[in-house]
Design a protein around this ligand. Structure first.
Ligand code: DGJ
Length: 730
């Protein structure tokens, strides 16, 4: 075994050979990317490479190409004390250090790729740390995570537990990430990485997608571009608090560390207990941000989301139409009207439940999932019957993790809520809302039973909107013992995952939406159990363009619930043409969220045609590859994106006017992802009755021209938009 020395670096450069003499060079590859670990048994593995694909036969050459990139694959406190680390724990005897020795490196085939395990043991303690790397070859994604097993005789206390670590060579590296708040989620920001520690984190406790997103992109060696450049993408598959840290010192690397947040967290691992940390999914693309996103989208559809192969229904959600004023007549009218527009699914939102404490306002009834018979005398069965008669499916809203103090549930089980000992309860929404303690198995059973009872009693319910409107304000569990209080935030989410797994085992077919008071639950921790997310409570189509753009960085269009709502918009007061509202919503899972009876005949007529148009492009939008063309964040006055089906036979192009001036020079448009050898017939969609078709409608144009020569899109007025369907000519 040889040690790295400056002298050795020098000799390698001169000799041009891999003179390191590692016991192993482990090449972990997808179709177009590789991650390489090198190391000696008895020592910690080293990181060698992540990026473009490497052949096992010539792996030594990658070492010949770099100087100074000598980082561990997973730094731990002990063998490293002078830098931020990924794992820190205190052994049973109080020793706060780790020194890990590699015992084995194994790879086995798994569905769609391989699973590599690097097994390490502390040199002085029976504590095992395993690094796991699973490839999803076709999507060019590598999921990495860590498993820790305590074989000591007493508990060990984990202070920090990152899922993964990734060094990235310094040199004009740009970070792109998402930030926001309620009604303004997932806005993009890009910045060059500079010395110091950059932390992207969430401390909400329950929902983790609102203030920031547990995902990022790193553009290597140039400013971020949608269409070009080498990009590393990362997303942490965890629904709780997280820290994504990038430490930049005056050396060779930016050190990316991602995992469960160590703020207000200590995890006590009992003797014989193991913990498997959430995975950090990495991707690499040489096709810019949009290319890295396409990889994540493929990975999602291949299993990182639930139901990734099923096109989604067009739905009407009752929330912005009636808010809490749900009643049988209104629900039935909404169903009838939506059916006449060509809709497919009706979702009754908040307001339908509560017996002793009916949900007239948002301060009562959470926890009491019994139908309010005053509002719905015929019950859910009557609504389902009505939906059926109208040819619609039926869906329902629940918020099962929460309880109001005005509820029968709280009267019966005050010990089921999260609460700090000796402290008064802090109530949130409505002044009465609290979170149930999901670390408690009895509470887990209760939450499971909410869904179980609804679905077994009403098997026709085909869709559930699962909402979560509050953060963890009361830090502490009435179930966990005193020495485990610091793991409340983690055990909450492990409990949530347990419940969701049970639901999915019994009900694999029900479509479920993850909603977190808007976009709070947009994360890949819950997505294996949910089919879609509510992108934001803000349904203003103009602001949605920016939020949807950000969300699509990591999430495929089929997961993005996008609803046409009323004008003026309820969140911003902005007035937008119905066509613009539809054209924006149509880039994802189309829905409506308004009172259809308030629409004029002309609007209804347009909505009917737009819904029919969407049906012709639904598969391309929801299952195709997304190409983001002109970003709204580039401030060019327009935004444009398109979808192309995997066979490049069908495509759909969207363009929006975001700013409007006289003599405005808007950019020429260039499509992407088409077959340059095929010609495509262009059909313009969602044309208002008073509008003329654009010059492009009906034309047959070679794919190469559309991509290389470009074309003009008439966007003459404020909030103009165009949707073009392309079909390859046989
Ligand atoms: C917040 C959600 O984001 C809304 O869509 C709606 O379901 C309300 N909660 C209902 O309380």
């Amino acid at each position: 075994m040889r040690k790295l020395t400056p002298f050795l670096f020098f000799s390698i450069i001169l000799s041009g050979q891999n003179a390191y003499g590692w016991d192993y060079n482990k090449v972990i590859s997808t179709d177009h990317s590789s991650l390489v670990l090198s190391g000696n048994y008895g020592e910690e593995p080293r990181f060698s490479h992540y990026g473009a694909k490497v052949d096992s036969a010539s792996v030594g050459s990658i070492h010949d190409l770099w100087v100074g990139m000598n980082r561990p694959a997973y730094p731990v406190f002990g063998s490293e004390t002078e830098k931020p680390v990924s794992l820190q724990l205190v052994h049973a005897d109080g020793n706060p250090t780790l020194f890990l020795a590699t015992e084995s490196v194994n790879t086995i085939p798994v569905d769609g790729g391989t699973l590599t395990t690097v097994k390490m043991r502390d040199k002085a303690y029976p504590l095992i740390v395993e690094l796991k790397y699973r490839t999803i070859n076709e999507a060019d994604v590598i999921e990495m995570w860590t498993e820790i097993t305590n074989s000591e005789r007493k508990p060990v206390v984990i202070k920090r537990m990152d899922s993964g670590f990734l060094p990235v060579r310094q040199g004009d590296v740009w970070l792109t990430h998402l930030h926001g708040s309620w009604a303004a989620e997932n806005q993009i920001t890009s910045e060059p990485l500079s010395p110091g520690m950059k932390t992207i984190r969430n401390l909400d406790g329950a929902r983790n997608g609102q203030a920031a997103q547990p995902s990022l992109m790193l553009t290597l060696g140039q400013q971020p571009s949608e269409t070009s450049g080498n990009v590393i993408g990362a997303t942490l598959c965890w629904s709780g608090n997280y820290d994504l840290r990038i430490d930049t010192e005056n050396d060779f690397c930016h050190n990316l560390m991602a995992g469960v947040s160590s703020e207000a967290m200590e995890y006590r691992l009992e003797p014989g207990q193991s913990i498997s940390l959430p995975s950090l999914a990495l991707t690499y693309s040489s096709e810019g941000l949009s290319g890295a996103s396409r990889n994540f989208h493929k990975w999602a559809r291949a299993g990182a989301i639930h139901g990734g192969e099923n096109p989604r229904d067009i739905l009407l959600n009752s929330w912005e139409g009636v808010y809490l004023d749900v009643d049988e007549t209104r629900m039935n009218e909404m169903m009838r009207d939506f059916a006449s527009l060509g809709g497919e699914l009706f979702v009754m939102d908040d307001g339908w439940f509560g017996e002793k404490y009916p949900r007239k306002q948002d301060n009562a009834a959470l926890g009491d999932w019994k139908v309010d018979r005053e509002k719905l005398p015929g019950g859910i069965e009557s609504l389902i019957r009505n939906a059926k008669e109208n040819g619609l499916k039926f869906g329902i809203w629940i918020e099962p993790e929460s309880v109001n103090s005005l509820s029968e549930l709280y009267e019966k089980h005050p010990d089921w809520v999260l609460k700090t000992a000796k402290r008064d309860l802090i109530m949130t929404r409505g002044g009465t809302q609290m979170l149930l303690d999901l670390s408690n198995p009895k509470v887990q059973d209760f939450v499971f039973s909410i869904v179980d009872e609804l679905l077994s009693k009403y098997p026709e319910i085909s869709y559930i909107k699962w909402d979560a409107n509050t953060s963890i304000k009361n830090f502490g569990s009435q179930y966990l013992p005193a020495d485990k209080q610091m793991q409340t935030m983690v055990d909450y989410h492990l409990g949530l995952e347990n419940i969701l797994k049970r639901i999915r085992k019994k009900y694999p077919d029900v479509v479920m939406q993850a909603c977190g008071g808007g976009g709070g639950r947009v994360n890949y921790g819950v997505m294996p159990y949910f089919d879609e997310v509510w992108v934001s409570d803000n349904t203003d189509a103009l602001q949605r363009i920016y939020m949807q753009w950000g969300t699509s960085m990591f999430y495929p269009s089929m997961t993005m619930a996008q609803h046409v709502s009323a004008s003026p918009n309820h969140q911003t007061g902005r007035q937008l043409p119905l066509k613009f509202r539809f054209d924006v919503a149509m880039t994802g899972r189309l829905g409506m969220e308004l009172q259809p009876s308030a629409m004029s005949d002309e609007e209804k007529d347009f909505a009917k045609r737009a819904i029919a148009d969407y049906k012709t492009i639904r598969n391309t939008v929801q299952l195709g590859n997304q190409y983001r063309l002109i970003s709204p964040y580039d401030d060019k006055g327009v935004a444009s994106l398109m979808y192309v089906d995997p066979d490049r036979e069908e495509a759909v192009f969207f363009a929006y006017k975001l700013k409007h001036y006289r003599y405005q020079k808007i950019p020429r448009f260039y499509m992407a992802g088409l077959d340059p050898e095929k010609s495509y017939r262009i059909t313009e969609l969602t044309i208002p009755s008073d509008d003329s078709h654009s010059h492009l409608d009906g034309k047959v144009v070679p794919g190469r021209y559309l991509m290389e020569i470009g074309f003009e899109v008439p966007l003459g007025s404020e909030y103009a938009s165009r949707v073009l369907r392309l079909e390859a000519i046989k």
